[in-house]
Design a protein around this ligand. Structure first.
Ligand code: BEZ
Length: 259
């Protein structure tokens, strides 16, 4: 199912095709082992999975015995996650309605889609019980740098500012630490982790799945040409001699405690 306009997709133009995501974005959940270990979910505790997407990780947390609620701004993703039999709410991360009801808030590969981090952090703080933990992995400073530079260069030729259109937040540990502390969190750990990530379906599919908010500003031959030029720029740095594409991911991973 292709996503309808939602509060966050309206800002970035990004839409989610759940079938394409299931086929080409599964690696996002598969690579989340480290952040799930940092969360260390315990049986019986109440956990909010913020930006749960199609619920693959929400299901994993539930299988560990936690009582999990997922929340996502994308109607298509909410429908896909509910189809797994999970409890899923439909809200924008900047307007969370929860009050002191979770032992932990968890988020993987979601918060870099939202520039208004103070609004997210205020809602997470309200949602947690005192002493509750907030455990996150998201794109960090320098994330997909080569891909962004290539898109910026190509889209400029069509008068489009790709960085502004994508509206991502790839924060440094220092920047995000200041936001967390201002929102009332004590940081236990925060790290920037380079993680070159093999793309099983290749770069063209990645661009069409994760940068459609930028590319869909063009249509027909222009769009096809922009994709081809971007691939041409990226091939020497992100494609190995056997034709395997590796994205230049950098993760920001942290564990913080609500004061
Ligand atoms: C990320 O997980 O870092 C990411 C995924 C898609 C687009 C941009 C960033």
């Amino acid at each position: 199912m292709k996503d309808q306009a939602t509060p966050s997709s309206t800002i970035t133009g990004q839409t989610w095709d759940t079938a394409a995501y299931a086929a080409n974005g599964r690696f996002v959940a598969t690579l989340a082992k480290g952040v799930v270990e940092l969360l260390a979910p315990r049986p019986g505790e109440h956990i909010l999975d913020l930006g749960c997407g199609d619920g693959a990780l929400t299901e994993e947390l539930a299988d560990a015995g936690a009582i999990v609620t997922g929340v996502d701004a994308s109607a298509a993703m909410v429908e896909a996650a509910r189809a797994r039999g999970l409890r899923i709410d439909h809200h924008d991360a900047t307007a969370l309605p929860y009050e002191s009801q979770f032992d932990a808030v968890f988020s993987n590969a979601a918060l870099h889609w939202i520039r208004n981090a103070p609004a997210v952090l205020a809602g997470v703080h309200r949602a947690l019980r005192p002493g509750g933990r907030f455990v996150v992995e998201m794109g960090g400073h320098g994330n997909i740098a080569a891909i962004r530079v290539a898109l910026q260069a190509v889209m400029a030729g069509y008068g489009i500012d790709a960085e502004e259109t994508a509206a991502s937040l790839f924060a440094s540990p220092a920047f995000y630490s200041r936001l967390l502390e201002a929102a009332g969190f004590r940081i236990e750990s925060i790290d920037l982790i380079p993680r070159p990530t093999p793309l099983p379906s290749g770069m063209e599919v990645w661009l069409n799945t994760f940068r459609n908010g930028v590319l869909d500003r063009l249509a027909g031959a222009d769009r096809a040409q922009a994709v081809a030029r971007t691939l041409e720029l990226l091939r020497p740095v992100l494609c190995d001699s056997d034709g395997n594409w590796i994205a230049d991911y950098v993760r920001l991973r942290f564990r913080a405690i609500r004061d």
